[in-house]
Design a protein around this ligand. Structure first.
Ligand code: IPE
Ligand code: IPE
Ligand code: MG
Ligand code: MG
Ligand code: MG
Length: 299
């Protein structure tokens, strides 16, 4: 078990370094009159984060023999969407946070207007990356990819989840609504990340579906772990403020179930996620390890 966790950390660190290099190469350089925007985009996207979504893209792509150079562009694209979501999530109008990934949030290091624009620019840049012929030679594959990314990021995905999350500060949500909230706010980008490999590799529907099912359960387990870290984690480890959900009176799995049952639920979901991977046999071992990693993580 310990060996497995060490392996997955090493594998994630290696992918993280590759994604860092890709983002550094692909993101606009801070030159010209708009340099401030590009500097802030780089500040938001470079030098931090677990790069979990890119790891899912690379691991799912490997299942279908997709060229690494293509998968890496999609990995960079989903990380841009994720980073945009974090920049906006931290704004005063939303969670009002000063620290992210161990450094001042974008609106603190720059200003609020720049943070809004950085989010807009990272989101649109993700689509520029995904739709580029360098990502896949087949236009049908690219359009399927772009549509899946749009669905995952938009109102029926992450943004819809963020809306529910804002409402969760004021309303008493039951466990069903909190589950829906988390599936949208976190699960949707995870689902895209796993599905991306199947899309790039033109996998059959049943395999694509198996990866989606894995991602949904794993994403939920991941978000429960995030909520647990908000209660039990250390700011030095997680690089962001702790205790903020409770301070905002936010409905989470932890507020509804309590710490112990929430942890148990996260473990059950990780097992359930792993069960969806049977069809891939041992080739899906990295994805199995990720599911265990997300519930045991300390950051
Ligand atoms: C944080 O995501 C936001 C949530 C969806 C809970 P991560 O924990 O993946 O953040 P980074 O990318 O490692 O900073
Ligand atoms: C953020 O969720 C999820 C997205 C940005 C989509 P949280 O608000 O729980 O994330 P943290 O705790 O600030 O990282
Ligand atoms: Mg939030
Ligand atoms: Mg937040
Ligand atoms: Mg949180």
């Amino acid at each position: 078990m310990r060996g497995e966790v060490t392996d997955i950390r090493t594998a994630m660190a290696a992918t993280g370094a590759e994604v860092e290099r890709a983002l550094d190469r692909l993101l606009p350089k801070p030159v010209d009159t708009e340099a401030r925007l590009f500097e802030a985009m780089r500040y938001a996207a470079l030098g931090g984060g677990k790069r979990l979504r890119p790891f899912l893209v690379m691991s799912s792509a490997k299942l279908f023999g997709v060229a690494e150079t293509c998968a890496l562009r999609v990995a960079a694209a989903i990380e841009c969407v994720h980073c945009y979501s974090l920049v906006h999530d931290d704004l005063p109008a939303m969670d009002d946070d000063d620290t992210r990934r161990g450094k001042p949030t974008v609106h603190k290091a720059f200003d609020e207007a720049t943070a809004i624009l950085v989010g807009d620019a990272l989101l649109t840049f993700a689509f520029e990356l995904a739709s580029d012929p360098a990502t896949h030679a087949d236009p049908m594959v690219r359009s399927t990819l772009v549509q899946a990314l749009a669905r995952a990021a938009g109102g029926h995905g992450m943004v819809g989840g963020q809306m529910l999350d804002m409402l969760a500060d004021h309303e008493t949500f039951d466990i069903g609504t909190v589950t829906r909230l988390q599936r949208l706010k976190t699960g949707a980008l995870f689902a895209f990340s796993c599905e991306a490999g199947a899309i790039l590799g033109r996998a059959d529907d049943s395999r694509r579906q198996a990866l989606r099912a894995y991602a949904h359960d794993m994403g939920l387990a991941f978000q429960i772990a995030d909520d647990l870290l908000d209660v039990e984690g250390r700011a030095e480890d997680i690089g962001k403020r702790v205790g903020k959900d409770q301070a905002q009176g936010k409905a989470t799995f932890v507020s509804i179930l309590g710490v112990d049952r929430a942890r148990e639920q996260a473990r059950l979901l990780a097992d359930q996620a792993i069960a969806h991977l049977a069809v891939f046999e041992q080739r899906a071992d990295p994805l199995r390890s990720v599911a265990r990693f997300v519930v045991d993580r300390r950051s």
